[in-house]
Design a binder for this molecule. Structure first.
Ligand code: ADP
Ligand code: MG
Ligand code: MG
Length: 893
């Protein structure tokens, strides 16, 4: 079917539709048509298409030319096929009018059942079914539904009358009202409808039908539906379809029933009977909770034939759709009818189990299984989560800096956290913000909560690296560390009080919530394993320690894409030596300090090379500005002031002299915009001793590991390059240093030298830079900062969240890559780089390397690998495969 044809047709008989026509027939209509095509029993009917709704919206609710005539013609065909007529006093046809958009969503018009019942037809219906009570009850329900849903009569107008009627008749339940009572109610309902509508309730079923269809069209525009669409990114111009179907009756006595079922257990994924039904009931009775429904298994004895047929149909539908189905059915005097089928919603563990089982049962292929789970569901299983069955309200919300949930007693300093954590207590470290000094406490805490700082704050970065839950920048949080107390609005919590963090949402709760543990089970492993068969890109990890590297390898990383050496400089036991190096008066002093750091760096590299033996390790030379390793300027100035006051006249104390020296150094090194200052390759060219020391440490580590039987694969990466000349010079330094090491040791190893592409200039002149590079690694975090011109820490807490809320931007560009802008820079870099060097290896090492949407872009740009934090490696493996499938699908279209 061509697109132009589909855009113009306003009406389809059910027999002419199929599942592929969802955009036109809506999900419900397309699936009912598909069932009819398969020979599954469904009530006959027709569908007014989304195209008709869209056209009506475009014309300010005026129906498009000819739509009503087409509807009447379709109705006539339906009347012919069923041998019944709408409004006929002999053989009346009753229909349901159901809305059905492409994606199911709340807020749309409720279904109207029993349309066609009227003063003229109610008697015939009663006689036909030999059940006048059923007929009159259906009538009063119809007026109620129709009046409420189509004409906007308030629900209570009818409910009040029912209550009054039950009182005067002296009965408790609706079901106890007899025929005369129901007849009287129908009259009262008509009168109250007239009162509210200011005119007679339309009595002619064709008028009702027209108004009901119109009400479905209009419900697309109602505020609730509009808000839902906005929240879920559903376009406003899709429109909804309207399904008109012959009624079948589950309420014709004890051989009739209505029910809902899933083809598998949607909570666990287990292949077992899952569903409920009610005898003698209609429509939503099962889910409305008026009567308690029975488990599906009991249908076996009560309605054996329909039951067998239902089980058989469930199997067929599941096989046909290749997915777990959520089904509505009705049994009308022993005959089974299906009223709806759709892919069933399920929990994350169920999604993996269903996907794996369907493959093992031979129902779907491994690639199809990759479409049965979503990246967010992987994320859920990788971390402990708050058990969703709770009714607690968060006391505050910060940034969702590192996923997973944590429960523990509040502690306000790292030492206490470390002490108590090591003793086996569950603690949550709460800080204004964290510093390198807090690492010990973070390591043993369940999670970290900070009042200040963004997604790249120290706490956030460290927590993500460790796979610990972290909520950062919870700005409502007031911490009084001296009183060991925190305040959020009216809530005051003291050290030792228990809190729960949800690092996946940023929410913070008082007290302990139930957690569910991570569920990396065989289902998970199988599905992610199948992704490896499909994906083209390699997946590496960002890791700075042997431990992280080992973890990353366990998660399936194929190397290290980014090893940040500065994290090694920050470690507590190294900081004094690093400071000596920075504060050195001359080259000699600096060389001496570097001598002490070298063996420490070497140790770090050895651990990483060992953990990643046989896989490539990209080591990035020192990147941040030096002042990051020094004390805070203000604090140091205060210290000097205090010492000056203490010293009085004796202003030449040694301590004071030292403090003053440090202060002057800090002042000298403090920059207005350190992010754009003396860092990365700029720092290395200014102080070549630093990269020389690092390269020596790399070489010696590689030799040591090789000696022990390991196979180190060395890639050295230069950060923050803007000019080709910078890289040319750095490469010279690296090569010379390595040659020296090779000479003195008498052995050598193969290595590559590459650069980060994280500045717009570098992307633009990528061809020039590529002359001196064996590989590029796109540092998309900094490329986002420098490309858009925003500082992440300043942006996320303020205008950027406002931008996201008010839709200036579709998403936070630090979480999901800005495809047009920053993605465009990456594209430039790829094209330039490959133009100069066809076999240039290309990767990404920003946080976007672990973001499913961004991975789609990297696949389309033809990158060789993505690199992300160890805990995101399975998500990246999976998303890289999905990106391949998506690209293939786009090709086919
Ligand atoms: P929803 O989208 O809210 O599930 P539906 O259109 O599926 O609404 O209908 C509401 C209820 O009415 C469901 O239980 C459905 O099975 C039932 N129903 C809809 N059409 C018919 C029909 N033609 N005959 C009998 N029951 C129907
Ligand atoms: Mg339904
Ligand atoms: Mg960077």
């Amino acid at each position: 079917m061509s697109a132009s044809q589909s855009a113009t047709r306003y009406l389809y008989d059910l027999a002419d539709g199929d599942a592929s026509m969802k955009p036109l027939l809506g999900g419900k209509g397309a699936n009912v048509a598909e069932m009819m095509r398969l020979g599954v029993p469904v009530p006959d009917g027709f569908t007014v298409t989304t195209a008709a709704c869209v056209e009506a919206m475009r014309r300010d609710s005026q129906w498009p030319e000819g739509l009503w005539e087409e509807t009447l013609a379709a109705l006539e065909r339906l009347e012919d096929r069923t041998g019944r007529q709408l409004g006929s006093p002999e053989r009346p046809l009753l229909v349901s009018v159901r809305s059905g958009a492409v994606v199911s969503m709340p807020g749309m018009m409720d279904t109207i059942l029993n349309l066609g019942i009227s003063d003229a037809t109610v008697e015939a219906l009663g006689a036909e079914s030999d059940n006048p009570r059923f007929a009159w009850d259906s009538y009063r329900r119809f007026i109620q539904m129709y009046g409420e849903v189509v004409e906007g009569v308030p629900a209570h107008a009818y409910e009040d009358l029912i209550t009054a009627m039950k009182r005067t008749r002296g009965v408790e339940e609706d079901t106890e009202l007899d025929v005369p009572a129901l007849q009287e109610l129908v009259d009262q309902f008509k009168a109250v409808s007239r009162e509210h509508m200011g005119e007679e309730l339309p009595e002619a079923p064709r008028d009702q039908l027209r108004r009901a269809i119109d009400a479905v069209f209009r419900s697309w525009q109602n505020p609730r539906a509009a808000i839902y669409r906005k929240a879920n990114g559903i376009p406003d111009d899709l429109g909804t379809a309207v399904n008109v179907m012959q009624m079948v009756f589950g309420n014709r006595g004890d051989t009739s029933a209505t029910g809902v079922c899933f083809t598998r257990n949607p909570a666990t994924g287990a292949k077992e009977l899952y569903g409920e039904f009610l005898l003698n009931a209609q429509g939503e009775d099962v889910v409305a909770g008026i009567r308690t429904p029975r488990p599906l298994a009991e249908m076996k004895d009560l309605l054996p034939e329909a039951y067998e047929q239902l089980l058989d149909t469930m199997r067929r539908l599941e096989e046909h759709y290749g997915d777990m189905q959520d089904i509505e059915f009705t049994v009308d005097e022993g005959s089974l009818y299906l009223l709806q089928t759709r892919n069933g919603k399920r929990t994350a563990p169920a999604a993996f189990k269903v996907a794996r089982d369907l493959v093992e049962e031979g129902v779907i292929t491994r690639e199809q299984a990759l479409r049965r789970v979503e990246p967010a569901q992987l994320d859920q299983l990788l971390h402990p989560a708050i058990d969703p069955e709770h009714d607690q309200k968060p006391i505050t919300k910060g940034l969702n800096a590192s996923p997973g949930a944590a429960v523990g007693e509040i502690v306000f300093d790292s030492d206490t956290a470390e002490r108590r954590g090591k003793a086996g207590d569950a603690v949550v470290l709460v800080r204004w913000e964290t510093t390198p000094d807090d690492i010990g406490g973070t390591l043993v805490a369940q999670g970290v909560l900070t009042a200040h700082g963004g997604m790249t704050s120290h706490a956030a970065v460290v927590a993500r690296g460790m796979g610990k839950p972290c909520v950062a920048g919870a700005s409502e949080l007031k911490i009084d560390a001296a009183a060991r107390q925190l305040t959020i609005g009216d809530t005051v919590l003291t050290e030792g009080d228990v809190i729960t963090l949800d690092g996946s949402t940023g929410e913070v709760y008082a007290g302990a919530l139930e957690l569910v543990p991570p569920q990396i089970n065989e289902d998970f492993a199988s599905v992610v394993g199948w992704a490896d068969e499909t994906r083209r890109m390699q997946v590496r990890a960002n890791a700075d320690t042997g431990e992280d590297a080992a973890k990353a390898r366990e998660f399936g990383a194929q190397g290290i894409g980014l090893c940040r050496t500065e994290h090694m400089f920050m470690a507590e036991d190294r900081l004094p030596a690093v400071r000596r190096m920075i504060l050195a008066k001359d080259e000699e002093e600096r060389a001496a300090a570097l001598e002490t750091i070298l063996p420490m760096q070497q140790q770090d590299f050895e651990a990483i090379f060992e953990a990643m033996s046989g896989l490539p390790v990209t080591i990035r030379l020192l990147d941040p500005p030096l002042h990051e390793f020094l004390p805070d300027l203000v604090e140091q100035a205060l210290l000097v002031q205090r010492l000056e006051q203490q010293a009085g006249e004796a202003s030449d104390s040694e301590e004071l002299a030292e403090a003053r020296l440090l202060l002057s150094q800090v002042k000298k090194l403090t920059e207005m915009n350190p992010m754009l200052g003396t860092r990365g390759v700029r720092l290395a060219l200014l102080y070549p001793e630093i990269p020389q020391m690092q390269v020596r440490a790399i070489a010696r580590a590689a030799f040591a590991v090789r000696q022990r039987g390991g196979e180190p694969l060395v890639e050295i990466m230069v950060p923050l390059v803007a000019y080709a000349e910078e890289l040319r010079r750095m490469r010279e330094i690296i090569e010379e240093t390595l040659d020296e090491e090779f000479e003195s040791s008498g052995e050598r190893f193969d290595y590559t030298v590459g650069t980060m592409i994280e500045l717009p200039r570098a992307a633009v002149v990528a061809d020039q830079i590529a002359e001196h590079a064996d590989f590029f690694s796109f540092g998309t975090n900094d490329l986002t900062q420098t490309g858009i011109g925003i500082s992440r820490d300043d942006a996320e807490g303020s205008f950027l969240s406002a931008y996201v809320d008010s839709e200036v931007v579709a998403a936070n560009p630090f979480s999901s890559i800005d495809v047009d802008g920053v993605g465009g820079l990456v594209r430039l870099g790829v094209e330039g780089g490959r133009r100069a060097k066809a076999d240039l290896k290309l990767g990404v090492c920003g946080e976007h390397g672990g973001d499913p949407a961004s991975i789609g872009l990297f696949e389309s740009l033809g990158l060789d690998y993505v690199s992300c934090s160890p805990y995101r490696v399975p998500i990246a493996r999976f998303s890289a495969a999905r990106a391949v499938l998506d690209a293939r699908e786009d090709d086919e279209e």
